[in-house]
Design a protein around this ligand. Sequence first.
Ligand code: GRF
Length: 190
Amino acid sequence: MSPTPKKLAVFVSGTGTLLESFLNNGFHVDLVLADRPCRGIDIIAKEKNVPTELVLRTDFSKNFDREAYTEQVLAVLQKHEIDVVAMAGFNTVLAPSIFEVYGGRILNTHPALLPSFKGHYAVRDALAYGVKVTGCTVHIATPEIDVGKILAQKAVPVLSDDTEESLHERIKEVERTLYLEAIRAFITTL
Ligand code: GRF
């Protein structure tokens, strides 16, 4: 008997070009979840008829109730019976409670060679540091940001005339293939 297919949710907040590339490659996504209206959910997921859920984040202040927001996200994941989450440019840090349910089953891609240049400005920080090689890392997400077992990594050279945008775009070109391959391989281990 073949195993039950695992249900995958992709989390986005922005342009969603990683998601777009997964879908253009015929990869099946069961749910796209976003924390704000964005191209990833409004255009890409809808065009490709992937179910969507907007768990709207209205508070970006230091009083943001991360725990309550995370509970809403968890409820949506459970409603859709999701097994695996792939963060693809999702810009809200979730509370540790999500890992009590989905620990070891949330993947992230980061536009730098971890453990170097953690955080939101990884491409900018790598450029500012003057590194000649950077890249991208696919890893298992943990409550600590940009930490967790590395599943795949690929280097990208930094060019002398690179801007943050040009470098990030070349990293994303590599990420699109690396992340998809890593998700596919990861799901077969479950
Ligand atoms: C990727 O570089 C990813 O590593 C980072 O956000 C970017 C997502 O890009 N966390 P897009 O929204 O899929 O174009």
